[in-house]
Design a protein around this ligand. Structure first.
Ligand SMILES: [Zn+2]
Length: 80
């Protein structure tokens, strides 16, 4: 099941991954912790971006992404 969400001025596709479909370790960019196999989570990518830009997030971290990505936000600000 997919939906779209807005983040950093872009549309992001958000797909829910069930525990059964989660077969690898991923690193959540929100909390910098691993998502172990078997844990339901979400995978997101920019609607206009590349598939390689996909990121796996804990579902609560994605919901709280604006509070979780301080480093990325400050880096983006400094390039302006
Ligand atoms: Zn997380």
């Amino acid at each position: 099941m997919e939906s779209t969400d807005t983040w950093r001025g872009e549309e992001w596709v958000v797909r829910r991954v069930t525990g059964a479909a989660a077969v690898k370790h991923y690193r959540c960019p929100g909390c910098d912790q691993e998502i172990p196999p078997g844990v339901p989570h979400v995978v997101t990518w920019p609607q206009l971006g590349a598939v390689e830009d996909r990121r796996h997030w804990h579902a609560p971290c994605w919901v709280a992404r604006d509070r979780r990505t301080v480093r990325q936000a400050s880096r983006r600000r400094s390039t302006r």
